[in-house]
Design a binder for this molecule. Structure first.
Ligand code: GLA
Length: 728
């Protein structure tokens, strides 16, 4: 029956009568209506449908919506595309002219070409399926076939109508040291706008990703949820527009504010990819789709384990010197770590980097601090048994630097205005739109790597927004927000082509570049400059909505915490950091032998669970945002043989009564043996070494004591558990 139907559909399609374009992945279906001579429309996105069900959508009363509304002739809807033709006309009338279906290794590439009815102006709507990951990437390719330039005033990547119902949207917001906070709210009538205007760091204030829950208040492991992630590292706009009708209209793309783009004759503008996914397994289901897809297609080395490192920043800040670095290398090696990263403060000749008010741009070693150069550090690290990594901030300069003295024309600056400075009162952003700056950025990495090919890791930072709108290179100032990133991509592509094995961390004042548009050249990102374990639970929870644990750098740091001044127990700090890419950011010299022993043990246990944390599937269980006094989540290996369960108390009161936590993602038939990791209690938990079926653990769960019970003098007001589950 199915075959007959498919043949009939193919025949009708060949005759040009059957206009439905079905885009499907393993468990999802999107149906477009791409009738030649008509505007491209979308009929359906969600649960996978059979051919028969697709054919009966119209009979079920489903109505199409505009798939890429262009401004001009229907103006009551938010436009995805708006232009001014060279003759001043501001309208578009796009009609489908061609449909092309191709395959690539992960799925299909469907291109629907629409042409304007009057002007030689062409828009290709591309849909790329990532079949296994249930992802559909969509973008547009806009070509000006006119003789003169056309100005694009809006150029979104894609549009998705969402049927009005009990719909909720979850998105991330925050600021420096408070990144990745979850906001969940009902989608009501009117406008909901999520956008970013920083210029260089687009995930501090809000994120370019959302989840749209279709079945009321979102649940972690059940319910239908759509995910949308705009893969663009610059300013973005994600908009929901709902008038008194049946659909919320969702649009996502580059933020058009102050960024009108003049498209020259014959030029094509390609909008960034909007990655859409859908799951019936709740928010965590959508997260798993993003994690699978990100690890396979978007993240550098998504199939390789991340090293356990010590970063020098919170340990010594700018106080870099050879004995100090060697001691830190020795200490991290002795605890079982694998990498040492020297952070800010190592460079500058004429202007040594003593604090944050000089030297960015002068990437030569400060001989007063490090007389034997970087080579000595790399060699010493190797002797101690760890790899070596180094911090740079290549897109930036200080006005107090040799670079600025030589190339004042390289910085972002508006004409007829003074420079506007940032951090330290002297920081400036280099103009990545300038090819000379791109060459210079590549050369920074080339010089460091050329002299020291054994460097294993680079922390690439970016600590300033565009505080002035102005390129001293570009003719058209409104192209800055586009050309900066084209330049960034050019430099990153060249660096990656030359150094494919290098690990590169994406850092931008903490978590300012947690975005799928920035990450393809990077292995991981720094989640936040705030390393306080309690606040990290909230931030890492939100960040895990869209990014996999292997990409989320989480470091054990000192107490009182340097940002919030909270004192948490070392076990608590370890238990939180172990749920992502574990590292340390502390002066080991100041740790007691007992603390070092706890970390040594944690590092060795993390090595055992590392493949589960870094390649497994996330199941978030109890959200810290729901105020139950604790939070809990799991990572489960893809074959369900092993899992890690985390439980963190987030408020401390006497005589508390917490519910059991029902686990998720296990194989109901398998028998799992429980082992507590990072144990500090005098007595083992009652279930230590015992086995339970996955069914029991998922239907009932284990009793987690409200407090840790070490010897009396070691009790603290913090409690947490990490349990390792292994199936027989
Ligand atoms: C930023 C980063 C920090 C650290 C400092 C160094 O703030 O987020 O981790 O590298 O810069 O100046």
């Amino acid at each position: 029956m199915k075959r007959v139907f498919t043949l009939a559909a193919a025949l009708l399609s060949a005759l040009g009568l059957y206009a439905q374009e079905v885009i499907s992945t393993k468990s999802t279906t999107m149906v477009l209506e791409a009738e030649k001579g008509h505007e491209l429309r979308i009929l359906y996105y969600g649960t996978k449908l059979s051919d028969e069900e697709i054919a009966s959508l119209k009979d079920a009363g489903y109505r199409t919506q505009r798939a890429y509304p262009a401004y001009g002739l229907i103006n009551t809807e938010e436009a995805a595309l708006a232009v001014t033709h060279s003759d001043g006309n501001m309208t578009l009338q796009l009609q489908v002219s061609d449909i092309n279906e191709d395959t690539w290794e992960g799925g299909k590439l469907i291109t629907i070409t629409s042409k304007d009815t009057h002007y030689p102006f062409v828009v290709k709507s591309v849909y790329k399926t990532y079949d296994e990951q249930d992802m559909i990437g969509t973008w547009t390719e806009i070509t000006n076939g006119e003789k003169k330039p056309v100005v694009l005033t809006r150029y979104f990547s894609g549009v998705l109508p969402v049927r009005v119902d009990d719909v909720y949207v979850s998105h991330l917001y925050g600021t420096w040291a408070n990144e990745g906070r979850v906001c969940t709210e009902p989608l009501t009538r009117g406008y909901k706008l999520i956008k970013n205007l920083d210029g260089t760091r687009n995930s501090h204030t809000s994120h370019a990703e959302v989840m749209i829950s279709l079945d009321g208040k979102p649940q972690e492991n059940s319910g239908r949820v759509i995910g949308a992630a705009l893969c663009w590292p610059g300013n973005y706009e994600l908009a929901f527009h709902t008038t008194d009708e049946d659909f919320h209209h969702f649009l996502a793309g580059i933020c058009p504010d102050n960024a009108a783009y003049t498209l020259e004759s014959k030029e094509t503008f390609v909008t960034p990819e909007l990655a859409l996914t859908y799951s019936e397994q709740g928010l965590s289901g959508v997260s798993r789709n993003y994690h699978h897809w990100g690890r396979k297609y978007k993240l550098a080395h998504g199939d390789k384990e991340r090293k356990i490192l010590l970063n020098s920043w919170e340990g010594v800040y700018f106080d870099i010197n050879e004995p100090g670095m060697a001691q830190m290398m020795e200490d991290i090696a002795s605890m079982g770590g694998e990498l040492f990263v020297m952070d800010d403060g190592w460079f500058g000749d004429k202007y040594p980097r003593l604090v944050d008010n000089s030297s960015l741009g002068d990437w030569v070693v400060d001989k007063n601090k490090l007389p034997h150069g970087i080579g000595w550090l790399v060699k010493t690290a190797s002797e101690k048994g760890v790899k070596f990594g180094i911090w740079i901030e290549p897109e930036m300069a200080n006005s107090v630097s040799e670079l600025y003295e030589k190339h004042p024309e390289w910085v972002i600056k508006a004409s007829n205005r003074d420079i506007v400075t940032g951090r330290g009162g002297t920081q400036l952003v280099l103009d990545m739109s300038n090819p000379a700056v791109q060459d210079y950025v590549v050369k920074i990495v080339d010089d460091i790597m050329g002299e020291n090919p054994d460097i294993d890791y680079i922390k690439w930072d970016a600590n300033m927004p565009f505080s002035a709108h102005g390129s001293q290179y570009l003719k058209n100032q409104s192209h800055l927000h586009i050309e900066y990133w084209r330049g960034f991509v050019n430099a990153c592509d060249r660096i990656r082509a030359k150094y494919p094995d290098l690990t590169i961390q994406c850092c931008a004042s903490g978590g300012g570049r947690a975005n799928w548009g920035a990450l393809p050249w990077f292995d991981e990102f720094w989640v936040s400059d705030n390393t306080d374990a309690l606040q990290r639970i909230y931030m890492q929870w939100g960040t895990s909505y869209f990014f996999p644990a292997m990409a989320m750098a989480a470091h054990i740091s000192a107490t009182p915490n340097h940002t919030v001044f909270r004192t948490t127990s070392l076990k608590y700090r370890i238990d939180v950091a172990m749920s992502a890419r574990l590292g340390m950011e502390i002066q080991p010299k100041n740790m007691t032998e007992e603390e070092k022993a706890l970390c040594r043990n944690a590092i060795s246990e993390y090595k055992m669970i590392r493949p589960i944390v870094q390649f497994g599937d996330i199941y978030r269980l109890v959200s810290p945002y729901d105020d139950h006094g604790f939070a809990s989540m799991m990572h489960v290996a893809s074959d369900k043989q092993k899992a890690v369960f985390y439980w963190w108390k987030i408020a401390n009161f006497y005589d508390e009564h917490f519910p059991r936590v029902r686990m998720a993602g296990l194989d109901p038939e398998k028998q799992y043996t429980i082992k507590e990791l990072n144990r500090i209690d005098l007595k083992p938990l009652p279930y230590e070494g015992k086995s339970f079926t996955g069914k029991f653990l998922m239907e009932n769960g284990l009793e987690i004591p409200a407090t840790n019970e070490p010897e009396y003098s070691k009790k603290t007001d913090w409690s947490s558990r990490v349990l390792y589950l292994e199936a027989k």
